[in-house]
Ligand binder design. Sequence first.
Ligand SMILES: N[C@@H](CCC(=O)N[C@@H](CS)C(=O)NCC(=O)O)C(=O)O
Ligand SMILES: [Fe+2]
Length: 288
Amino acid sequence: MTVQVNGFYHDATGTVSYIVSDSERKHAVIIDSVLDFDLFSGEVSSTFADKQLAFLQENQLTLDWILDTHAHADHLSAAHYLHSKTGVKTCIGEGIKAVEARFAKTFNYAQEEGHRFDAFDKLLQDGESLQFGSATLVSMSTPGHTSDSLSYIIDDNVFVGDTLFMPDGGTARCDFPGGDAGLLWDSISRVHQLPAHYKIWVCHDYQPDGRQLQYQTTVAQSQAANIHVNNQVGKAQYVALRNKRDATLAVPKLLYPSLQVNLQAGKLPQKQSNGLRYMSIPLTDKTQ
Ligand SMILES: N[C@@H](CCC(=O)N[C@@H](CS)C(=O)NCC(=O)O)C(=O)O
Ligand SMILES: [Fe+2]
């Protein structure tokens, strides 16, 4: 069995989505796909996800699972769109329940409306496995950036979501509701305990100092050279550094649209009586 990894870079959000395939049996999964969204015009489109569907077709791959590593706060997930085109099941970590509980108040969700996370076909627990072709994907709970973050291990590859960035990019922020720098440290330690040759595939690359796009490192390289969590840094030092940096970061441009959609597997908000869909933005009224 040969596992093949193809990364697709979404320039507008710095996101890397992956198609991972058992290239002999021709079965595949998609991790962290993205919808194109223009905040100012409200236009949602599927150019990026359609490229991935075309790739599957060109390579005669059967898609078996559509996965997100976490409820993204910076882009809309294309999971539901891909599901609507293929009928394939969508999955995320069961920590999505806690993420919804935190945001239910923000978005004023009524209990009788049911759970947004029911839109996912499957909620994965730590250590659960999924098959595609003769390949096995094993989920590993890696909370910290968000409380639902999972990493996916396939053969000697680990798709870490936003648990780690490339060594020169450090680590993801932990200031979203449910984020926790100490937990992220523990999760990174779990990833760094994997065999040294394992390939780490990251979900974002912000191309620090304008360098060329990169999205794959190894456990050994990450451990030795990550600017936030290398062998020279201890947990307390990391937590202090992370919290200090988070205090300087602006809210992601697409935070509220992303969560509204991603809590329900990438489904857009329901149409209103005029046939249009709307995103809502909770206001903090400082005029009073
Ligand atoms: N400027 C970006 C920020 C996106 C962002 O906050 N990304 C998260 C991952 S979802 C992160 O950890 N960023 C780390 C950083 O900006 O240092 C936006 O507005 O979308
Ligand atoms: Fe994220």
